[in-house]
Design a protein around this ligand. Sequence first.
Ligand code: BDP
Length: 719
Amino acid sequence: MDMKRRLNLFFLVMILILPLTVLAETGENLWLRYLPLSNQLQQKYAEGISSLMVAGEGAIVKSAESEIMMAYSGLIGKPLRKVTKPVAGTLLIGTDQHRAIRDLNLSSELEKCGDEGYIMRSVSVKGGNILVIAANSNAGLLYGTFDLIRRMQTGDDIAQLNVVEVPRYNLRLLNHWDNLNGTVERGYAGHSIWWNRPENETVLKNQYVYYARANASVGINGTVLNNVNAAPEALTAEYIEKYARIAEIMRPYNIKVYMSVNMASPAVIGKLKNSDPLNPDVVKWWEEKVKEIYARIPDFGGFLVKANSEGQPGPHDYGRTHVDGANLLAKAIKPYKGVVMWRAFVYEPGQEDRARQAYNEFMPFDGKFEDNVIVQVKNGPVDFQPREPFSPLFGAMEKTPLMVEFQITQEYLGFSNHLAYLSTMWKETLDADTWCKGAGSTVAKTTDGTIYPHKLTAIAGVANIGRDVNWTGHHFAQSNWYAYGRLAWNHQLSSETIANEWINMTFTHDQAFVKPVSEIMMRSRESVVNYMTPLGLHHLMGWSHHHGPEPWTEIPGARPDWLPSYYHKASSFGIGFNRTTKGSNAVEQYFSPLKELYNDPNTCPENLLLWFHHLPWDYRLQSGKTLWDAICYKYYEGVEDVRLFQKKWDMLEGIIDAQRFSEIQYKMKVQTREAIWWRDACILYFQTFSGKSIPFELERPIHDLDELKKIKFDMTHHN
Ligand code: BDP
């Protein structure tokens, strides 16, 4: 073939292949796609930044440098030139230890930046401007660099920047509920990325670096690699070695590794007589174990502990307390600056309302923990339900640092099949006013050091990440990973801002797409609440898999507090859990005026009504509707929302790549079917108590209750 023909063939193949690659995106690149921007933006950014000077050294700075080089050439379409002296158009990245930064006299502002904050500022020099990213540490430089990249990815103006950013929480963690055998508890995106992996080291390293970059891009600086239901084997030399290898890959991205530990480890793997926290042999065992870990992982972050909860061992097994257990570990790890995150997710079957138990158990310990212990509290008092009030421990425990634990994985919100953007749910908790020090004492302020000036501040999110190509199962579930990180950095960001950033980075800048998709996301969590558990209902799901609706489940001999009827208490009289002063009195755990507000059905927020009240079916809501009618309308509203999401989505065909478009379209069908399943199951079941008919304006159910009761949900497709 002559040269000309070859070239023609080459171009023909390119013409055929190129659109295909554009048409097919797997989602594996998350929000770090770095595809070419529009000509206009490319030109604008290239005018602002044309060269790079790095005033710093070390692995983390190298990560920042390679990231901006990669992002720049991807987004702008040409390489970023390196220079050794700043000139007009230089992006200067450096710490105050370097002359080029010192000369700019930023030290008074850098004082505000702490360990991980940064300044990003345009400074005029001869012939134009330079853009400076300055920080006290390399970590700050990394975060500043990702901030700049995000601005470029989203099409923001970078010409006259004057930014000072400081993270609100010191420790911003992911909790992986990954078992050492490779399964993931409540994971819906395939098996564990960490454990039991057959692939070779290079494949794994590439994946782990991508993971680290994604986390660093949103400011996450710590990760717990194994399940809170922890296998004692995590502490064996074999696994410490595996931890160390992962830590090496995370370190250049300022991410520390942490481990969930099992409190029975001294007896199980150390072969001691017991694991009693006050037994000197046990104390010694932990001290030696900690020493062994730090010898391999000098910057190891610390331990996460679930003790005496849902069958896990703990100090109670020996008549000791949570304080004894937590302080045992805290003292052992303190010389190495490690922390202990002790979970407050505790409840026992018995007469006491489950929603009251964590508070009852932990309040007496306030002020008794070592100063490197932080108590990790789920956002709500029961268990990651689609809607709960905030846990009353927030604001109440003053002398002990508390951290919020959110669940990014959608255990109770439709697995990775439902589009549910959870930023709005997390903001609801973070912005909730505890009233502990009067109006404005939000959960965020009680945990970020504002109200109680603890040095140790942290936040955790249970990861939704697995081995699936797109990391999270549902493409939109990526937005929850992203949003969690952004809120951990700055809980003042609005959910809408975060959604818009994510859409722009992950899909397109096209407003015809961004606007409707952002509307869908912003509405999505409320829709899930409506078709699953409206008006404060909770815990209506299947009792083991936690997926579909099973409000009817009764299992002889099972723990009553694992069964839906414990929570909904439906009867011919009415429905809801009476937590008022005349009921379990859970309201008393909240500060005034909240407790009074919650105690009265007329002032209780409608979206928490049946959380706090057991009301007759004929009870009239503010809207004038009866409770029964209102329940029906809410369930139908939830379904109508997802039907509308489907329509809106279908109209977007062609704007983004075909692969992600159709994968999402498919998931929306599943979501719709399951939303109808939830609606019909709950309404038909509650109707057996209310004896009332479904309001005339609403469509009739499309299922029979008996048929729904027979559905055996099959978990095998979900992990
Ligand atoms: C529940 C999950 C269970 C977890 C537990 C926890 O169903 O798998 O182990 O939370 O947080 O929601 O410890």
